[in-house]
Design a binder for this molecule. Sequence first.
Ligand SMILES: Cc1cc2nc3c(=O)[nH]c(=O)nc-3n(C[C@H](O)[C@H](O)[C@H](O)COP(=O)(O)O)c2cc1C
Length: 380
Amino acid sequence: MADVPGLDMSLEDAMTTQRSVRRIRPDPVDDALVLRLIELAQKAPTQQNSQAWEFIVVKDPAVKAKLARQNRRMWRLYRPIAAWKARNDPKTQRMNAAVSWSVEHFEETPVFVVACIRGSRVAFPPIVAASTYGSIFPSIQNLLLGARAVGLGANLVTMPLWSNRAARRILGLPWSVTPVAMVPLGWPIGRYGPTTRRPVGDAVSLDRFGNRPWRGHPARSPRTPRLAFVDAADVPWTEVIAQQHGERRVSVHEKFLEWNARRMVVLGRYDPHVVIERHGHASDHLVYVVEGELTIGERRSGPGTLVVLEVGATFGPLVAGPEGALLFETWAGDPRPVPADKAEYHALLAARGIVRLPNPPFTKPATAPRQADDGKDLYS
Ligand SMILES: Cc1cc2nc3c(=O)[nH]c(=O)nc-3n(C[C@H](O)[C@H](O)[C@H](O)COP(=O)(O)O)c2cc1C
């Protein structure tokens, strides 16, 4: 069992779903978690085992603001070029929009890790440059994979460090220590993976450059696509939310039909009149009303209603009808909720005389990814 929840994610799942997560929440990240991830980052190789790395963990708002200013300056210059390059490429346009978002919200990032190298900085011949930078980037990749496994949003960025002099001044670095790249870390609004990459056969030559015998033959994934049948009758109900309505305990129960790093599928049973706060989710979410009724905001949704909640959208508050509701729900990745209006929720509970009870503790199925906020009483 991993010492930090999530770190036992399979290597393949971590690698195939690790991507640049630029939209992150300002909520704090435990120092102990950041230190553990840096400790794992230090397991990376370095030239002659030099371990000449220095990691600056930045949490001071004044220092973050200065780095954010540098980032904005660079992006202001580079954005027109990036936009021009992406003029016929909607996917890169979406990435540029995410970069713009992260640049605008950069100082709200709870923590940055700035990876630096110690020693003289020689960029020539290429072998020296490769050995120098090659002794820090593997550790950054370890950090990104570790962040992915514990569910932290992360990305590798260099723009805020474009001026070495300014970066040194901001971080108080001596001339013997060079900042190379930084990783903003925080709990994600967006979601992880999958990433798109060129087919492996297009990037690999055999023996001599350009001899590409594997072109057009993508490597067969060693993972056999799964065909599975789950009988809801075999899955127990788990109480996940509880409230006190006068004498009655009123709950949400779920049957976890499928829960892994790729998706979650549940049957949800909402007791009559249960109230759920306005929220979104960290991945696309579908809700199908099988029985009963659910009022979502102003809209009453009866049997046969499909609710499509894309990542970033919010809905609610949700109030179950007098008969309760039976829902079939799916998430296309990380199912964690993103609360959108706690004040509205608490006001609604108060107006209805409902007392929120702590989330009942439960054990996730073994296939579900572990997250650092597991078991914390954060959502309802
Ligand atoms: C050396 C390097 C520098 C990067 N600098 C930035 C940066 O300054 N800002 C940013 O938002 N992303 C930056 N990135 C992230 C890339 O845009 C990202 O890795 C690439 O688009 C692939 O994204 P994906 O893994 O989500 O598919 C950098 C990546 C590398 C390897």
